[in-house]
Design a binder for this molecule. Structure first.
Ligand SMILES: Cc1cc2nc3c(=O)[nH]c(=O)nc-3n(C[C@H](O)[C@H](O)[C@H](O)COP(=O)(O)O)c2cc1C
Length: 202
């Protein structure tokens, strides 16, 4: 069993999503002791933004600089790592109603035609449906369907959409919401998410 553990919060040890993603990984390891964990921290080791030269490199054009060549290689390694994983655990905070740009830069390296999706005569087809994606979602406010700001959730909706586009059907969210609304709510949200994580193991 191969597990890819990805984090993207810029808040270091104080991060809620990092705390939850680590707890999810620990639970999976307890459940499957033979789990091989691969770690990718997008805040401490970010991938560069996708650019024209990156796309050209994908078409076989040799990158002009050693720096770009390295980034292209890193991006390909990130894609291979994602495709090889049986379980992908992602710490994904909401930043400005969406995901951290570091996480988006990683996803931009995964979205490669012929690897994670392809276009067919009947429409797009996902090619990476053989895995489970578990997302540790943290956000300052509440975005449930009953709230007036539900339409501002471009974090979970985007993640569900893109991994669905890659063919993943088993996408789970462990959510801590309202963490910016005072310490009692923050603690309650984290405790609730921890309970959900324990239930994942059941
Ligand atoms: C740069 C930044 C932008 C944020 N934007 C939002 C936002 O748009 N909506 C929201 O509800 N919370 C927002 N928050 C609060 C975070 O979602 C919340 O603190 C969450 O715990 C962050 O996850 P982390 O602790 O793993 O970094 C933002 C926090 C930061 C640091």
């Amino acid at each position: 069993m191969k597990l890819l553990h990805v984090d993207s919060s810029i808040l270091g040890p104080g991060s809620v999503s990092r705390h939850l993603s680590a707890a999810i990984v620990a639970t999976q390891q307890a459940l499957h002791p033979d789990t091989e964990v691969v770690r990718r921290d997008l805040a401490t080791a970010p991938l560069g933004h996708l650019s024209g030269p990156h796309l050209a490199a994908g078409q076989g054009v040799v990158p002009e600089s050693a720096e770009l060549q390295q980034d292209v290689t890193d991006g390909q390694a990130a894609l291979d790592e994602f495709l090889a994983a049986d379980i992908v655990v992602i710490g994904a905070p909401m930043y400005n109603f969406a995901i951290p740009s570091q996480l988006k830069a990683w996803i931009d390296r995964l979205a490669v035609a012929g690897r994670t999706f392809r276009y067919t005569e009947s429409g797009p087809e996902g090619l990476a449906g053989d895995k489970t994606v578990i997302i540790a979602s943290s956000r300052g406010s509440f975005y449930g369907a009953e709230t007036p700001i539900a339409f501002l959730d471009h974090q979970e909706t985007y993640l569900r959409g893109i991994f669905g586009f890659f063919g993943v059907t088993d996408i789970r969210f462990i959510r801590a919401e309202g963490v910016a609304l005072g310490e009692p709510q923050r603690q309650q949200a984290i405790a609730g998410a921890e309970t959900e994580i324990r239930a994942l193991a059941a």
